[in-house]
Design a protein around this ligand. Structure first.
Ligand code: C2E
Ligand code: CA
Ligand code: CA
Length: 645
């Protein structure tokens, strides 16, 4: 073999190895289910087949003088090469169109029309042994190109040109990485073709094509940063990019958003590793309903399915059907380590962009908690109006801070001893021109999410300090004013300092302020909270555990955290009215807390019977509509300090 032959063989061999690498890795990482993946693999197979035929042809060429068999083999290889090679440009065109999303909504007729030039080329090649339009060998075995080959070139160049133009037109809708990978691909391929054209001895074309495909594999086809490893679905980032891309392409789609509302609690109860097991189980089921590539895990407990509409064919799956199938499955148990577990789903379906106009709205739907008073598990159309309400409340909160629409109301608390006033709880209200009076149960969770909670709680604390400083609280016979603290606030780094700075600036006794922390917060991070409470208590503040009996009734936090008062939730009191079991729970709660030497306040006292029952049990303080609803500061000043018996 001559040096030239070895040189050519080395190029073909390199192309074989490189394209094999792309194929093996793509298969190994199971990236084969999207039509984009399939086209990518096809391109690799084409390059591989071409490299193999060229390799064999080169050997046959070298050995041709030894036997006529090699001549015939060479003809076969040449034929196969042409037949396969002309598929590469249309495959590349197809790939770019798919990655850019330009085929969406196109009819089958359009797609076939795109392939027509390719079919003509293929016909030319297949019939070449008879017609010799493309190439032929002279009697003395010299290879001659015919006019047909020019047509093949023109067709290939046309496919490449359309692919490139389409790439430029879709530039803004493409992911940054995809853009440059495709440009790289086209440039390296072109480089290989030009070098081989100029120096026929350098067989760079196939090698450069194989190399360019590796580049594509590493960037466009590599989805590592788009995947959520626990579920195997795409992640939130991928959702944002894909929806933005589809919207930019003016695509119509449906979204099915599955929220597992008790995910947090399940994680806490079963532990994190078991949560992964549950997610696997749910993911396995969802894959039986829709293909994995339309599912995104937007938050740990939220899966979003994007179903793309097609202008010609109907929707791949009906969102309502998908929602029903999911709902049906969630009615039965899931299993963790063999034990059954119930997951509570809320499934929202909406059309994009007719219901959900943009990416922001979609993320809003994903991140907004579903109000507790919604009982249905499948929500669509008007059911989703709570999102509109939430957006309005969000706006009212921001506006309220600027326009001073917040007002602190006070609800008196009384001692069981002669029903004297003991203090009051500060409860915030928001007066909005459009929405009317808004209550904290609705806007506090929203303010916590939007980050306005700090400003609100600071406002309440300042109002309370000013009220205490005015001396009116003392005149009414109060010992303290209760201020609610939100979860988010307590966990902030500079929390203690901020509180101290505010209260110090009013120069009031710190023991007059009693902070309320809800039981569920207390259960979440004992160490941090214990530190906050200890430091504030050292400075004189008092603390109450709020809503005792609603959450996990964590004995440990009751013990470990140094609360002055435990506030038993109104539901415990009201349940005691309804059943003997409820009565036993109330009595036991009171006994236990008393044994722990904590003072007790019971909320939701609405009747004389409540007062008598709780006084008999030895409760220290009472709060509820029996005494007063939350009232304005003006009304509080006129409040009768001792409730007439
Ligand atoms: P909470 O701390 O448990 O406050 C008691 C809630 O029960 C108040 O609702 C009060 O109006 C209501 N309530 C009191 N007695 C009775 C009764 O006898 N019967 C009935 N049916 N209800 C009664 P409100 O004012 O709507 O407050 C709701 C929640 O919002 C509060 O629950 C508290 O967690 C939160 N909140 C209120 N103000 C603030 C605040 O300034 N900052 C923060 N972070 N949260 C606040
Ligand atoms: Ca409270
Ligand atoms: Ca409470």
């Amino acid at each position: 073999m001559t040096y030239d032959t070895l040189f050519h063989l080395a190029f073909y061999f390199a192309a074989i190895l490189v394209s094999l690498t792309s194929i093996v890795f793509t298969k190994f990482q199971k990236r084969t289910d999207l039509s984009q993946n399939k086209t990518f693999l096809l391109m690799n197979y084409i390059v591989l087949a071409n490299a193999v035929t060229c390799f064999l042809a080169e050997i046959c060429d070298a050995l041709m003088s030894t036997s006529g068999v090699f001549y015939n083999l060479l003809l076969v290889c040449q034929f196969l090469y042409f037949m396969v090679h002309i598929t590469l440009a249309p495959a590349l065109f197809w790939y770019v169109m798919t990655v850019a999303g330009s085929f969406f909504g196109r009819s089958l007729g359009f797609k076939l029309l795109c392939l027509l030039p390719y079919m003509v080329s293929e016909l030319l090649v297949i019939t070449n042994p008879l017609t010799k339009y493309v190439y032929y060998y002279t009697d003395d075995m010299v290879f001659v190109r015919n006019w047909g080959e020019i047509i093949l070139y023109i067709v290939s160049i046309a496919y490449m040109a359309v692919a490139f133009t389409n790439l430029m037109l879709s530039w803004n809708a493409l992911r940054r990485r995809s853009r440059w990978a495709l440009v790289y691909f086209l440039c390296v391929t072109l480089f290989g073709v030009v070098v081989q054209f100029l120096y026929i001895g350098i067989k760079s074309e196939l090698f450069c094509e194989a190399l360019a495909l590796v580049g594509v594999m590493l960037s466009i086809e590599n989805e590592d940063d788009r995947l959520d490893f626990e579920s195997g679905f795409y992640n939130r980032n991928a959702l944002k990019m894909d929806v933005a891309h589809l919207l930019a392409k003016k695509r119509v789609m449906s979204c099915v958003c599955l929220k597992i509302t008790n995910m947090d609690m399940v994680s806490r109860i079963t532990g994190l590793s078991n949560t992964e097991e549950i997610i696997h189980e749910v993911a396995d089921f969802i894959r039986t309903v829709v293909p994995r590539y339309c599912v995104y895990r937007a938050t740990p407990g939220t899966l979003v399915i994007i179903l793309r509409h097609d202008r010609y064919s109907k929707l791949s799956s009906d969102p309502q059907r998908v929602a029903e199938k999911l709902d049906e499955r969630f009615k039965s148990d899931w299993t963790v380590h063999g034990s059954p577990l119930k997951l509570s789903p809320v499934i929202m379906t909406a059309e994009i962009p007719s219901h959900i106009h943009n990416l922001r709205d979609l993320l809003y739907m994903i991140d907004s908690p579903v109000p507790k008073d919604i009982d249905d598990t499948i929500l669509a159309g008007e059911d989703l109006d709570f999102l509109i309400r939430r957006e309005a409340v969000e706006a009212a909160v921001s506006k309220g801070l600027l326009e001073h629409n917040f007002e602190v109301y006070y609800q008196p608390t009384h001692c069981t001893d002669a029903l004297k006033i003991h203090g009051a709880e500060a409860l915030i209200r928001l007066h909005d021109k459009e929405l009317g009076m808004l209550y904290p149960d609705e806007f506090i969770p929203i303010a916590e999410q939007t980050g306005n909670i700090d400003d609100i709680d600071e406002f309440v604390l300042k109002e309370v300090c000013a009220f205490i400083k005015s001396g009116e609280a003392k005149r009414l016979g109060m010992d303290c004013v209760n201020v609610n603290l939100s979860v988010i606030q307590c966990m902030a780094n500079d929390f203690v300092k901020r509180i101290m700075d505010i209260v110090d600036s009013y120069g009031i006794p710190k023991s007059f302020i009693n902070f309320e922390i809800t039981e569920s917060v207390a259960a979440s991070d004992n160490d941090l909270l214990s530190d906050v409470i200890t430091r504030l208590k050292q400075n004189g503040f008092q603390f109450s555990m709020d809503d005792y009996g609603t959450g996990y009734s964590n004995m440990h936090s009751l013990f470990a955290l140094d609360f002055d008062i435990v506030k038993i939730d109104k539901s415990i009191l009201w349940d005691a009215d309804k059943s003997e079991r409820g009565q036993i729970i109330l009595e036991n709660c009171v006994h236990m807390i008393k044994q722990m030497k904590r003072r007790i306040l019971v909320e939701g006292v609405e009747t004389r019977e409540h007062v008598d029952k709780l006084t008999a049990l030895g409760v220290d303080y009472l709060q509820g509509y029996f005494f007063s609803k939350p009232i304005t500061q003006g009304e509080l000043l006129k409040y009768q300090a001792v409730k007439g018996v």
